[in-house]
Design a binder for this molecule. Structure first.
Ligand code: SF4
Ligand code: SF4
Length: 374
């Protein structure tokens, strides 16, 4: 008998809800700017009842958790409150630019398992991309919400600039519970001198991670170590496919209810995966493809096809410029990270690490809220 492949792999599914495509900032590299997605849908046009019905129809066997995404999701707190009331068993993660966090009511802060704050590095870099005063405002707001928050605070850095230095990222590690960084998806980020500088900073971060003493909570390094030392854990929630879940268990819902696997490619009609209002969903189109080079790549064991968007554009759509200017330099940086991590013998490090370090590497909840790999 023919086996029907499940739409969602595993027992958990992340619904990443774009609660508005409005944003109060205009970051110079925003991925939603592609295909004019940003600002295209200002209001959610499906109801929470539609969403509940969709979950009951398609996801009743799964643990459904919610990431609140935008645009800037804190511009639509009414919808967030309605969601929290309707889905009392769900975990919530907030992805925010941090500038409006001081306005969030305690009833929302109480329910957030994680707040992911977007920054670009230190003050100069962040204010350069996001606007003057943004860095200071975010830190001011963090001071206000910290005492009211039971969940974790994670800095999310889109690593664009070659001038982003170790000290800037190290400061974020100190101020937040976790630092997650993702290599920018923009050709301008990979001039040869910028790649050299990024490698030097990566080497410093990795050296710091393996230094004895306090735990150094940098997610992509934690994820690489986890995937190498505990491959079963790395494969657990995503069947060993892309760690950002786009191939297996991530559904991005646009304000009009249309579902796509990757939040950066909601302008590509061939990737449409479902619809909350029409109440249907199918398996993600973003799957490994024979033309992708990952099966023969030395990094596959830990990288697990880092970014399916980059792979899809380079090897399925055959966007040669994207391949040369974004996908290949990113893969080069990933392989470099693997080589650096290997120099510190991660298996031996883990075997001798205190239990609290091992628990974080193996089980950190933050893995479920970010892409894990950079
Ligand atoms: S580094 Fe690139 S080619 Fe290698 S596994 Fe990762 S995504 Fe695939
Ligand atoms: S890491 Fe995953 S979610 Fe992020 S852009 Fe790439 S494919 Fe999309």
């Amino acid at each position: 008998m023919e086996q029907i492949e499940p739409v969602i792999t595993g027992s958990r599914v992340e619904l990443q809800l774009l609660t508005t495509l409005k944003c109060n900032l205009r970051c110079s590299y925003c991925a939603l700017g592609t295909g004019n997605v940003l600002n295209s849908q200002k209001q959610v046009t499906y109801s929470v009842e539609h969403l509940k019905n969709f979950i009951e129809t398609h996801l009743s066997d799964h643990e459904v958790y919610i990431s609140l995404y935008g645009g800037e999701p804190t511009l639509n707190t009414g919808f967030i409150l309605e969601l929290m009331e309707t889905l009392p068993f769900s975990r919530f993660n907030l992805q925010t630019n941090g500038t409006l966090l001081d306005r969030l009511p305690e009833s929302i802060l109480d329910r957030l398992s994680n707040v992911m704050v977007s920054l670009d590095g230190g003050r100069g870099t962040t204010d350069g991309y996001r606007g003057r005063g943004v860095y200071e405002k975010v830190f001011h707001n963090m001071g206000i919400i910290r005492p009211k928050l039971s969940g974790t605070l994670t800095a999310r850095v889109t690593w664009w600039s070659g001038d982003t230095c170790f000290e800037e990222l190290d400061e974020l590690v100190r101020q937040f519970d976790y630092l997650y960084f993702q290599f920018a998806q923009d050709a301008g980020a990979y001039a040869p001198e910028s790649v050299v500088k990024k490698k030097a900073v990566l080497a410093q971060l990795i050296r710091q991670f393996f230094k004895n003493g306090t735990f150094y909570p940098v997610v992509p390094i934690m994820g690489i170590v986890r995937n190498l030392v505990l491959p079963g854990r790395g494969n657990e929630l995503t069947s060993g496919l892309s760690q950002c879940r786009v191939s297996t268990n991530l559904l991005n819902v646009m304000p009009d209810g249309k579902i796509y696997p990757c939040p950066d490619m909601m302008y590509r009609p061939e990737l449409l995966q479902g619809d909350i209002v029409e109440n249907w969903v199918q398996k993600s189109v973003l799957q490994p493809h024979p033309d992708m080079p990952c099966d023969s790549c030395s990094a596959l064991d830990f990288c697990k096809r880092n970014c399916m968007k980059n792979l899809y554009l380079a090897y399925v759509v055959h966007d040669e410029e994207w391949k040369r200017n974004v996908t290949e330099p990113t893969c080069d940086l990933i392989r470099f990270m693997g080589e650096e991590v290997a120099r510190y013998q991660p298996h031996a490090w883990y075997a001798n690490a205190p239990l609290s370090f091992r628990n974080k590497v193996a089980n950190a909840e933050v893995y479920e809220f970010c892409e894990v790999m950079p």
